[in-house]
Design a protein around this ligand. Structure first.
Ligand code: UDX
Ligand code: UDX
Ligand code: ADP
Length: 461
């Protein structure tokens, strides 16, 4: 038994809601999907005739939007109308870490989720299935249910947890062929209804159903495990630098053990993204709130290691440049938290830049997809120095070769493929001497660059 779903509404047109619902719409032409957002500019960008202006950059996304938009996929700011008409509502709003009050810097700020629940409660006149898509702390569903069940207008709500596992940069392939779709809930009919939607393109064996709490906790746990692998290999990268081992060789050697597996073992300047740190902080906060201090400390260490990795990358630049970067030009290649996305949330580049700016470095940044506006906003948000000082010390340019001109050092912060194919000969000859490269992604070819005369430093070598 399942409910008949004709119309779906998704609240939140961001990095998760936008791509996810575009793929659902493409795969389910019989369902009308409206993605709503309070952000007028964002919705206008999703509706832009020029698909290059979509607010989210993801390989393959424009083709999907081109196919479904206007057919059964719509973007709108009329939140009430979309809620009213929908049989099923996905909640995909942001849940940042709280920056005030109790749990500051640790707990998830659920105010956007709560506002959604209250809006749904006040608008809904017919029964609805509510799907949590955003990553949420365990037991958020209970809070949602309590708000929704006290509307007093006799509407029935079924709450499902359906965490999204897509990674940015590969969102479309992750959505089209997910390792698994996870659906947690209490009401079998509601669960079956969502299963049926995914069955339009996902094989049954990849659709997993659990209780609500297992589903919510699995999402936090998956991200914590992935982040832990990065921190684990990064901790080994520091040891490699001291001992003469090479971290890529170590990764390869351990990854061939099928119990360990080869993925997610790339040493780096530190993980970023909107999820890893936030979700671990959530896990730590929840563990502490139950008095599980050993559990909390265990996971906290993953973040401590990540912060250390960013700091030590910056420290190494300073030390190598004869203990001062004051007034020196340092060029950043990359600002996004990983390649193939324009997302910069929690990007290691932000923190490395901040350390170097505090040492009075002058930084020039080139990223193929990130705007100058975004970069300045990221630095201003830290509040370390005034917006005027940030603009005086940091330049953002559109041409990578020009970015490197007269630089004392280049730091690679994001693993964009194009960096590999630059004319490094020309770059070398336009730089100050000695010409340093600090490769935070182990992206470039040591031998080639050393032959050109660069002084090349990479994480974990
Ligand atoms: C281990 C390594 O697996 C092996 O590659 C290395 O050469 C020697 O150390 P061993 O100690 O013989 O081998 O057994 P292993 O199967 O790894 O188990 C070690 C311990 O971990 C056992 O007490 C086992 O019960 C426990 N374990 C293992 C778990 O509790 N959970 C698991 O999922 C796996
Ligand atoms: C992550 C999870 O992978 C995804 O399942 C979840 O839904 C959201 O969070 P995302 O943050 O988009 O996705 O990207 P991911 O590929 O996981 O990378 C996260 C960070 O770890 C990036 O900064 C990346 O550069 C870094 N990383 C990843 C490494 O430094 N080394 C690795 O081996 C893998
Ligand atoms: P994520 O990576 O989780 O998708 P984003 O910040 O990219 O996070 O997207 C979340 C979106 O949710 C934002 O565009 C924000 O404007 C929107 N949003 C937040 N609260 C509401 C709300 N109450 N109603 C509609 N949209 C909302």
């Amino acid at each position: 038994m399942s409910f008949n779903i004709k119309k779906i509404c998704c609240i939140g047109a961001g990095y998760v809601g936008g791509p996810t619902m575009s793929v659902v719409a493409q795969q389910c032409p019989h369902i009308q999907i409206t993605i709503v957002d309070v952000n007028v500019e964002r919705i206008a960008a999703w509706n832009d005739e020029n698909l290059d202006n979509l607010p989210v950059y993801e390989p393959g996304l424009t083709a999907i939007v081109a196919e479904a938009r206007g057919r059964n996929l719509f973007f709108s700011t009329d939140v009430d109308k979309a809620i009213d008409e929908a049989d099923m509502i996905f909640i995909s709003v942001n849940t940042p870490t709280k920056n005030y009050g109790k749990g500051k810097g640790m707990a998830a700020d659920l105010k956007y989720i709560e506002l959604c629940a209250r809006q749904i409660a006040s608008v809904a006149k017919t029964d609805k299935i509510i799907v949590e898509k955003s990553t949420l702390p365990v037991r958020t569903a209970a809070a949602l249910k309590s708000i929704l069940d006290h509307t007093g207008n006799g509407v029935n709500f079924h709450i499902l947890s359906n965490p999204e596992f897509l990674a940015e940069g590969t969102a479309i392939q992750d959505l089209l062929a997910p390792d698994r779709v996870l659906i947690g809930g209490e009401n079998q009919e509601a669960i079956d209804t969502l299963v049926k939607i995914y069955q339009n393109w996902v094989p049954d064996t990849n659709i997993l159903t659990t209780n609500l709490w297992s589903s919510e906790l699995s999402k936090l746990t998956a991200n914590a495990f992935l982040a832990q692998r990065v921190s684990s290999i990064n901790s080994i990268s520091e040891l490699c630098e001291k001992t003469g081992a090479n971290v890529d060789e170590v990764s390869k050697a351990i990854g061939m053990d099928t119990r360990i597996g080869s993925k997610f073992l790339k040493a780096s300047v530190g993980f970023g993204g909107s999820c890893f740190q936030k979700d671990i902080l959530n896990l730590v906060y929840i563990a502490r709130s139950y008095g599980l201090n050993e559990v909390a400390d265990y996971w906290d260490q993953v973040i401590i290691m990540n912060d250390h990795q960013k700091q030590r990358f910056a420290d190494n630049i300073i030390q190598t440049l004869y203990n001062t970067v004051s007034g020196k030009k340092i060029t950043f290649l990359g600002w996004a938290f990983k390649k193939d996305t324009n997302d910069t949330r929690e990007s290691a580049a932000i923190y490395v830049a901040d350390y170097l700016l505090s040492e009075q470095a002058e930084i020039t940044i080139y990223d193929p997809k990130v705007t100058a506006e975004r970069i300045y906003a990221d630095l201003d948000y830290l509040n370390t120095r005034s917006p005027e000082e940030n603009r005086a010390l940091v330049k953002v340019v559109n041409d990578p070769i020009q970015a490197c001109q007269d630089a004392h050092a280049i730091a690679v912060l994001t693993e964009w493929d194009e960096f590999k194919n630059y004319d490094w000969y020309t770059i070398k000859h336009q730089m100050k001497r000695p010409a340093f490269i600090f490769d935070g992604r182990k992206l470039l070819n040591r031998k080639y660059l050393e032959d050109l005369g660069f002084k090349y430093y990479a994480i974990g070598e």
